[in-house]
Design a binder for this molecule. Structure first.
Ligand code: NAD
Ligand code: UDP
Length: 324
């Protein structure tokens, strides 16, 4: 098949492309390199089945493809809050453009939605029927309301135009290739501990998250795309940890002498998050297989290697400025 991956130069997208390429598909990656980088895809550059297009999804594009994995959108609060208007444009206009493309060429379209559509959840664990508790005017709204509109667009294109859609609600995912300056909790803790800097815990660290290793997530996305169910489907690891527990685990694995530093909790930071994955289990026969410590080990190794080689040797590893 010819498969389009938007946001394919990013963290999850590049792992997805590795899997699709190894299965022999033709892959087109669209990315504006805001948080993605070419280094993630270097190994495919000379492959005849791979094409990289620098393109912003807020602009329309014409391509002939069979499937679209629509991942283009910064995922870290630090990056999506840097230019919130651009984040909304990416989620709304970008998704509209990709759904329009799917409609025109009759491609199947998978939306990388998020657990953030549940906001600060009042039910626990979160099931797909839960409609969420989202602040429409907070600093996270550009992302979580943006993704809610993206889901609405997907379902309306499905009902109105028969576009074949798949909607994945992705919970916190981590692994190799996260940016050192990504700002999300796993990459922050690992980079800080490796550099001997204080590990920054926001609030008292009692808030919880559930961390899914990237290979498990990619497997779930591909099963959803190629299965019969449109979703939404939660994809995440139901093992729940407090942020303090995560900090202590990283501290123990990287550097027991790391200092744990408590800093203010950002506005609207969800208190608890854990997916109910009953749907994914029964619809996709999917569940995570990589335990936290094992996933952290590979992530720490990757960060260690990159930090040792990247400073001067890798000119491709940059975060560009977002354009308005
Ligand atoms: P990432 O920031 O590493 O990747 C996003 C990619 O999209 C980057 O390569 C970036 O350059 C590109 N991009 C951003 N705006 C774009 C635009 N306007 N046009 C073209 N390309 C653009 O993030 P990720 O962790 O790989 O997340 C991928 C997707 O999965 C996102 O849609 C995100 O919302 C979703 N998701 C991720 C997580 C997670 O924990 N990683 C959780 C929930 C949802
Ligand atoms: N967090 C933290 N220290 C950091 C980065 C994040 O304590 O250096 C906390 C953050 O406040 C949140 C949790 O870790 O409670 C997960 O944050 P992340 O940005 O990774 O994802 P999200 O909040 O979108 O789930």
């Amino acid at each position: 098949m010819r498969i389009l991956v938007t946001g394919g130069a990013g963290f999850i997208g590049s792992h997805l492309i590795d899997r699709l390429m190894s299965q022999g598909h033709e892959v087109i990656c669209l990315d504006n390199f805001y948080t993605g980088n070419k280094a993630n895809l270097l190994k495919w550059f000379s492959h005849p089945y791979f094409e990289l297009v620098r393109h912003d999804v807020t602009d329309p594009i014409r391509l002939e493809i069979d499937q679209i994995y629509h991942l283009a959108c910064p995922a870290s609060p630090v990056h999506y809050q840097y230019n919130p208007v651009k984040t909304i444009k990416t989620n709304v206009m970008g998704t509209l453009n990709m759904l329009g493309l799917a409609k025109r060429v009759k491609a199947r379209f998978l939306l990388a939605s998020t657990s953030e559509v549940y906001g600060d959840p009042e039910i626990h664990p979160q099931v797909e029927e839960y409609r969420g508790n989202v602040n429409p005017i907070g600093i996270r709204s550009c992302y979580d309301e943006g993704k809610r509109v993206a889901e609405t667009l997907a379902f309306d294109y499905h009902r109105q135009n028969d576009v074949e859609i798949r909607v994945a609600r992705i919970f916190n995912t981590y692994g190799p290739r996260m940016l050192e300056n990504d700002g999300r909790v796993v990459s922050n803790f690992v980079a800080q501990a490796l550099k001997g800097k204080p590990v920054t815990i926001y609030g008292d660290g009692s808030q919880t998250r559930s961390f899914c290793y990237v290979s498990d997530l990619v497997e779930g996305l591909m099963r959803l795309m190629n299965g019969e169910h449109i979703g939404p489907v939660n994809l995440g690891n139901p093992e729940e940890y407090t942020i303090l527990q995560l900090a202590q685990t990283v501290q123990e694995m990287v550097n027991p002498d790391s200092e744990l530093r408590f800093e203010p909790l950002p506005q609207d930071d969800p208190r608890r998050r854990k997916p109910d994955i009953t749907r994914a289990r029964s619809w996709l026969d999917w569940q995570p297989t990589v335990p936290l410590r094992e996933g952290l080990k590979s992530t720490i190794e990757d960060f260690r290697t990159r930090m040792n080689t990247e400073t001067t040797e890798n000119p491709l590893h940059v975060v560009s400025s977002p354009n308005a």
